[in-house]
Design a protein around this ligand. Structure first.
Ligand code: SF4
Length: 264
């Protein structure tokens, strides 16, 4: 893993994501290396930067945030492009330092991650009015999760983290996705995540399917081979498959007594 330092010129960027006014990303690149991640596309990265092999640590971001938080109102999204609790955060604590700054301001914070490391910061989060944490769980099957999200903690740990956060009075939700044909699109697989989310005290399940980005097709071909990837992309583009999956999720959420919401 190539870990390098980078200087941020700003901490808060205006966000167009629904429900978020600002985006805050202490890192560029992500050690979780999810096969379906299209952050490289969002960041207009060059082809030689192989996703999951590097991370840039924006070391000065808490200092910049200390100045910028004065202009901040509304909701700050932490982890809109890369994971704020990827393994390097255990050492650098940049996300924690940013939370300390935000806790002293007026903003609300919404965190999205795939790591149970977020529980380290429960002490700060419980002091922040309206703080919420979403954790992605695409499957409860650890072998499939390891194929899709090789650098992320196993699903059971993520669910345990959600239960801890909910127990501490922090609002939580699960991101169930992306749903990928032949990987995690069976009713049984989705039901396992939904039931665990309900048990962990989450308020809702946000769901989405695989985004059909060219950058993903190339990466997935390397991981799963040409014909399997071709089938995944074909099915994920079919309206019948999408309808079956989305209706399934909504019915399963109704049955489990948890709210469902389609991602943007
Ligand atoms: S955790 Fe998020 S940002 Fe990191 S590789 Fe996975 S999808 Fe991308």
């Amino acid at each position: 893993m190539n870990i390098r330092e980078a200087k941020a010129s700003t901490a808060l960027s205006p966000s167009k994501l629904p429900g978020l006014d600002w985006a805050l990303n202490p890192y560029r690149g992500c050690q979780h290396g999810c096969v379906y991640c299209y952050s490289a596309d969002v960041m207009h990265m060059s082809a030689e930067d192989e996703w999951g092999t590097f991370v840039e640590v924006r070391r000065n971001i808490p200092v910049i945030l200390a100045r910028e938080k004065k202009k901040c109102s509304g909701t700050v999204g932490l982890g809109t492009v890369t994971d704020p609790y990827q393994p390097i955060e255990g050492k650098t604590m940049l996300t924690r330092y940013c939370l300390e700054q935000l806790a002293a301001g007026e903003c609300r914070v919404c965190i999205q991650t795939k790591s149970d490391l977020v529980t380290r910061d429960i002490d700060i989060l419980r002091t922040m009015k309206g703080a919420e944490v979403g954790i992605t769980v695409s499957t409860m099957n650890p072998e499939i999760a390891a194929m899709l999200e090789p650098g992320a903690p196993e699903p059971a740990k993520r669910m345990a983290a959600l239960a801890m956060l909910s127990g501490a009075g922090i609002s939580t939700w699960v991101f169930l996705g992306p749903i990928i044909p032949g990987m995690n699109d069976s009713s049984e697989s989705m039901e396992a995540v939904i039931k665990a989310a309900k048990q962990a005290g989450c308020s809702k399940v946000i769901y989405d399917k695989l985004r059909l980005k060219p950058i993903l097709r190339e990466r997935m071909k390397k991981r799963f081979g040409y014909s399997r990837t071709k089938d995944m992309f074909r099915l994920a583009g079919e309206r019948d498959w999408e309808e079956r999956v989305f209706i399934d999720i909504e019915v399963l959420c109704d049955d489990a007594g948890i709210k469902s919401e389609k991602a943007f």
